[in-house]
Write a protein that binds this ligand. Structure first.
Ligand SMILES: Cc1cc2nc3c(=O)[nH]c(=O)nc-3n(C[C@H](O)[C@H](O)[C@H](O)COP(=O)(O)OP(=O)(O)OC[C@H]3O[C@@H](n4cnc5c(N)ncnc54)[C@H](O)[C@@H]3O)c2cc1C
Length: 429
């Protein structure tokens, strides 16, 4: 039953996509109807430009549905350039009223939001609310959204741009093109090279980030599924690289959770990650808890009042075996602790359990692709390319990435507004 209703839905979407007529000319054509592309389209259309979105999937803005575990963490009240890989560029593009601009946009869509710590979610806590109001506003603004069409190639001429498209709503696919005054690349992560081919645009190598971390021979693998509040540090050749505090999820392949996702922006294979499993207690406080009688012994269950008992049991077991990480390059590698009594050794593991990172685990779970179009070839005030003033880009197609917490979507929305507004101005020139 389920399968057949899915097939019916697909058939309906295909029929809808097929019935959308693609005009031969427009003022602004947006390549990719995801988060940034739809905002760019609405901004351009509301500024008076005849605007077309070309989206390869059968529905636009689908990418939004998976965000924030289906709840869409759409922005963060602590929006600041420091959360991004190119803070200066982001500051120039987004300006001082970035958060107000983003919230103003959503307010005008009729969306209402709520806060969880600093993170903003739709008040319905449903990503579909974000997607639906976006599509409704695009329709009101007169945006033509052509789904089931894939952009194959871009050609830039003096004063115009031709976009070659394969219409996949037809069997076999048919090829057509659209001439536009301005084009905006909004294809998201991992596919810019395809669009940039033939245009001599510079690309930064792409790699998945905001993903779980794989750890070599983790002795915590048997605890897969357990969660813990930690402070995690990344070390490379004994130098600290990054620090995060929050919840991790132990996995048989390594570790997951927002802490790891954020650290994945800084990690390289062979780095060491240390986990402080009792971040609110220092070593002497922990000792008092674990050994109130000052017996000097490591007793089973002595850490159960502070740690998840299953994690505590494993750490105690490893301490008794004097487990060490081989080739430990941590700044505070516990050579002296190895000699210490079992209790001190267990406490050293609680306060800084080392794991060696082998890389990103499950790249298919990555939320963001690092790399893409090199930002140095773009004007920060308009997001136009320096070599083709009628060609713009926004969102993840550019080499911009950020921490978890709504920062990536905040970039998508705002960069879409900047590119959409600048592209719309060209048609009247
Ligand atoms: C599972 C998951 C959860 C996430 N959760 C969050 C979150 O809660 N908060 C947050 O801030 N960020 C989150 N992100 C990141 C966020 O979704 C992205 O940063 C954002 O969607 C980027 O927007 P974009 O418009 O650049 O790309 P996308 O939204 O990916 O849109 C690109 C669009 O272009 C289309 N396209 C690509 N190539 C072509 C072509 N040749 N022709 C036509 N169309 C094309 C694609 O089909 C797609 O629809 C999450 C990401 C994932 C994967």
């Amino acid at each position: 039953m389920k399968g057949s209703s899915r097939a019916q839905k697909q058939a309906l979407l295909l029929a809808q996509a097929h019935s959308t007529t693609l005009p031969q000319n427009c003022d602004v054509c947006i390549i990719g109807g995801g988060a940034s592309g739809m905002v760019a389209a609405i901004t351009a259309a509301e500024a008076g430009a005849k605007t077309v979105v070309i989206e390869q999937k059968l529905q636009a803005a689908q990418s939004i549905l998976a965000t924030g575990n289906g709840r869409c963490n759409l922005a963060n009240i602590s929006l600041a350039p420091k959360h991004y890989n190119h803070p200066e560029f982001v500051a120039e593009v987004c300006g001082g009223s970035w958060l107000n601009d983003v919230l103003g946009f959503w307010n005008a869509c009729g969306l209402r939001w709520t806060l969880e710590e600093d993170r903003l979610y739709p008040v319905s806590r449903q990503a579909a609310s974000v997607r639906n109001v976006l599509l409704a506003r695009a329709k009101r603004a007169g945006v033509i959204v052509a789904c089931g069409r894939k952009v194959e190639q871009l050609e830039m001429h003096d004063g115009a741009c031709t976009i070659k498209i394969s219409d996949e709503t037809r069997e076999p696919a048919q090829y057509c093109s659209i001439n536009t005054c301005a084009a905006i690349i909004a294809v998201g992560g991992g596919v810019s090279s395809h669009i940039a081919a033939g245009l001599d645009l510079e690309l930064v190598a792409e790699s998945p980030i905001l993903a779980p971390l794989a750890c070599k021979n983790s002795p915590l693998a048997s605890l897969s599924g357990r969660r813990a509040q930690v402070i995690a540090h990344i070390y490379r050749d004994a130098f600290p690289q990054a620090r995060e505090r929050g919840e991790i999820l132990l996995r048989d392949y390594g570790i997951s959770g927002i802490v790891c996702f954020n650290l994945s922006r800084h990690v390289q294979p062979n780095d060491v990650i240390t986990l402080d499993f009792a971040p609110d207690y220092n070593a002497s406080e922990l000792r008092q808890i674990a050994d109130p009688q000052l017996s000097g012994k490591l007793i089973d269950g002595c850490l159960d009042g502070v740690l998840d008992p299953l994690i505590a049991t494993q750490l105690i077991k490893l301490a008794r075996k004097r487990w060490t990480l081989t080739n430990d390059t941590r700044a505070d590698a516990p050579d002296s602790a190895v000699q210490a009594d079992p209790l001190s050794y267990a406490l050293s593991l609680v306060k800084g359990f080392p794991l060696r990172v082998s890389g990103i685990a499950h790249p298919e779970l990555a939320q963001v692709t690092r790399g893409g179009l090199n930002i140095h070839q773009f004007e920060s005030t308009t997001l136009a390319t320096q070599s083709y003033p009628r060609l713009f880009a926004c969102g993840e197609a550019l080499d911009i990435d950020a921490d978890c917490g709504g920062f990536n979507l905040a970039w998508a929305w705002k960069s879409g507004m900047v590119a959409g507004s600048a592209a719309a101005q060209l048609h009247s020139v």
